[in-house]
Design a protein around this ligand. Structure first.
Ligand SMILES: [Cu+2]
Length: 228
């Protein structure tokens, strides 16, 4: 039964190429760390609550002996109250500190004009346009050099879209009238899926693209080639 369930999930997920927990940039690694940290803190809470729930259900269940007992009236318990106030605070602090640090790091655009690759990303119903500094434009394919700072300048022509290449970084909204920036340093060559992650109309699901991370040399060659 377990195997069947696993196979079913495997089958259902096999069409899913948007892997968040398989990062290929530091930004995505940091974000995956936050997801895992939050998940495990939550699992500890779920575990403790489940154990207490089962233990109390068994311990205080109705039996023939205690059926007509009247429970003792408790006026509060300072020790317990302090424990269940302080523990969640500690857990939230453990979650908050790395979250704040990583969020600020991720939004810190450290533009080094010499080395940074700037890409203008325009979202519109229902396609993406990627424009490089030399004027080269593409639609379905985003090509990036490995181990180099890339800054996306995100603009929208119509409604709100969301630029998402899960293995490179979390979602970033693409909002009309403003330019949002997203910085990543891809650290592994390969082809990664990207898509619009904000429902933007009837063909929203078609706003997919592939991101090819290639070597510096291949990138320069591709960038200077005339073919689109
Ligand atoms: Cu969209």
């Amino acid at each position: 039964m377990k195997k069947l369930l696993m196979l079913t999930f495997l089958f259902l997920l096999s069409g899913c190429n948007l892997r968040t927990l398989d990062p290929v940039s530091e930004t995505a690694s940091d974000q995956a760390f936050l997801i895992k940290l939050g998940f495990w803190i939550m699992m500890v809470v779920v575990g403790v609550v489940t154990i207490l729930f089962v233990a109390f259900t068994l311990k205080y269940r109705e039996t023939d002996k205690n059926r007509y007992d009247i429970p003792k009236h408790e006026e509060g318990n300072r020790t317990l109250e302090i424990i269940w106030t302080v523990l969640p605070i500690i857990l939230l602090v453990c979650l908050a500190i790395p979250t704040v640090i990583i969020t600020y790091q991720a939004s810190n655009i450290s533009a080094n004009p010499e080395e940074t690759v700037h890409v203008n990303v325009t979202g519109e119903q229902f396609k993406w346009t990627f424009e490089y500094e030399n004027g080269k434009k593409t639609h379905e394919k985003l090509v990036l050099p490995v181990n180099r700072d890339v800054i996306f300048h995100l603009k929208s022509k119509d409604v709100i879209h969301s630029f998402w290449v899960p293995r490179l970084a979390g979602k970033k909204d693409v909002i009309p009238g403003t330019v949002n920036k997203l910085e990543v340093v891809p650290n592994k060559t390969g082809t990664y899926q990207g898509k619009c992650a904000e429902f933007c109309g009837i063909l929203h699901a078609d706003m997919r693209f592939t991101t090819e991370v290639v070597s510096q040399q291949d990138f320069e060659e591709w960038l200077s080639s005339k073919k689109k």
